[in-house]
Design a protein around this ligand. Structure first.
Ligand code: EPU
Length: 428
């Protein structure tokens, strides 16, 4: 394909207007794979994890585990981790900057070795994203914390049982705390925990490792063991990828059948899609079909912790609202700076006004293809969706953000009938 523009990172070229039709398999969940990979550090025995998506973020997690001394094999979504020879306890700045979820090594390293050093994660594009709640649990469990030269040094001789109520509901904070407390043989209590399916997938893994975990409402009771076992686990499907594909099917007036989805995890997204006018048929516990075509109705969306509407679907639904017949209101409650896709969508003709954490979206008849920039993972997914429905050609630049979290998205969309192509990076 010919293009005259310069790109410093790969870009996606999309010719809008094709209705997506056919079957598509949802990949394994990124946000479940990452903590589960880190959990393998807890045991000297080998662990096997299936359905791990091939992404930039999982590759970064492999690199991090290897740098700690673990031996990994990865083939066709199956990872074998032998963490018996881990001898390094430090997550370097260069890796943490690329992937904040690297902080998830803290819990397991402390549980198994009593020490961890992790570069202090700075702010990121979607918000400040502090890790104070992670650290509070470690401190309550007896860990000493020292921040020096941009690194957090943690040390604990023997983990004490913890009783802690999270001040904010945090996904990775809950995961880190659970892994940390797996190293304490007395019973701990965590309240106000995150209940995201990805957290529950980790809980299942910890149970397989021999850790006792009971969850009741937002409370976890946890009792660790001295020697955790290796585990075999198949990661849950990615509910955010599934939701993104569902919006694509609906908005393009298509008919898409999703396979390998966990319907029970899709509640709030299905509800909003139906409210917007989509036909969603649940075919089984693991497959569903989405059809679009009619008028798109405006929505009122307020992001919330699971089982509420996921912040990771906010950008994609903003595209939907941009084409609705009326005014929608989208409130972002989880992150303070997660509206960066707005400026790019405006370039495509969307009518959006943001005030603090609320976006008012006045539906327009159509969006128009343009050159737009990805700013973060889910923003890029939103821009791809916008490109699929826009009139004319869209070039989504800086798609390394997209590659962090969507496995072969353009191949999947192409198989459904989209005109989408990856453009190689070119120097300016
Ligand atoms: N927060 C604190 N203190 C803490 C931890 C969090 O104030 O110690 C605040 C954050 O600043 C934020 C809110 O609590 O305002 C929720 O953050 P949370 O900790 O739940 O987010 P996270 O664990 O860093 C995970 C996902 C995100 C997803 C959020 C919310 C992973 C690896 N990441 O992040 O996924 O948006 O939960 O559901 O699981 C993505 O995949 O695109 C992505 C950003």
């Amino acid at each position: 394909m010919k293009n005259t523009t310069s790109y410093t990172s790969e870009a996606l070229f999309i010719e809008g207007g094709r209705a997506l039709k056919g079957r598509v398999r949802v990949s394994g969940s990124k946000n479940a794979s990452l903590p589960i990979l880190m959990a393998s550090l807890l045991s000297k025995e080998t662990s096997a994890i299936e359905n791990v998506p091939e992404l930039l973020d999982t590759a970064t997690a492999f690199e991090l585990l290897r740098s700690l001394g673990a031996v990994l094999e990865f083939e066709k979504g199956r990872v074998l981790v032998d963490a018996s020879s881990v001898n390094n306890h430090r997550a370097p700045d260069e890796v943490v900057r690329r992937m904040r979820a690297s902080v998830l090594v803290m819990g397991p390293l402390l549980a198994r070795f009593g020490r961890a050093t992790v570069s202090m994660p700075g702010g990121c594009s979607i918000g400040v994203r502090s890790i104070d709640q992670h650290l509070k649990v470690f401190e309550k469990g007896g860990a000493s914390i020292e921040v020096k030269h941009g690194y957090i040094n943690l040390e604990v001789e023997r983990i004490r049982p913890v009783e802690y109520t999270f001040e904010v509901i945090t996904v990775t904070g809950t995961e880190n705390a659970l892994m940390f407390l797996s190293g304490c043989e007395k019973r701990s209590i965590l309240r106000n925990i995150a209940l995201e399916p990805e957290v529950m997938d980790l809980v299942e893994v910890l149970r397989k490792m021999g850790v006792e975990v009971e969850i009741e409402d937002r409370t976890a009771l946890i009792r660790g063991i001295a020697e955790t076992k290796g585990f075999f686990h198949r990661v849950i499907p990615d509910r955010i990828e599934a939701g993104t594909l569902m919006v694509a099917g609906f908005l393009t007036g298509g008919d898409v059948l999703l396979e390998d989805v966990r319907v029970e995890h899709m509640g709030s997204v299905i509800e909003k899609l139906k409210e917007a006018g989509a036909e969603v048929d649940i075919l089984s516990l693991g497959s569903l079909r989405v059809k679009g075509g009619g008028v798109v109705k405006p929505l009122s969306i307020s992001t919330a912790e699971y089982p509420g509407f996921p912040t990771d679907m906010q950008a994609q639904f903003m595209v939907l609202c941009s084409l609705a017949d009326g005014i929608s209101e989208i409130r972002e409650n989880i992150f303070e700076n997660r509206f960066q896709h707005v400026a790019e969508l405006q370039r495509m003709g969307a009518d959006i006004h943001v005030r603090d954490r609320v976006a008012l979206v006045r539906g327009v008849d159509r969006l128009y293809g343009a050159e737009v920039y990805s700013t973060d993972l889910r923003a890029s997914a939103g821009l791809v969706l916008a490109g699929l429905v826009a009139k004319g050609r869209t070039v989504v630049k800086d798609i390394h953000h997209l590659d962090r979290g969507y496995e072969k998205l353009e191949e999947k969309l192409r198989a459904l009938g989209a005109t989408i192509e990856r453009l190689p990076p070119k120097d300016a």
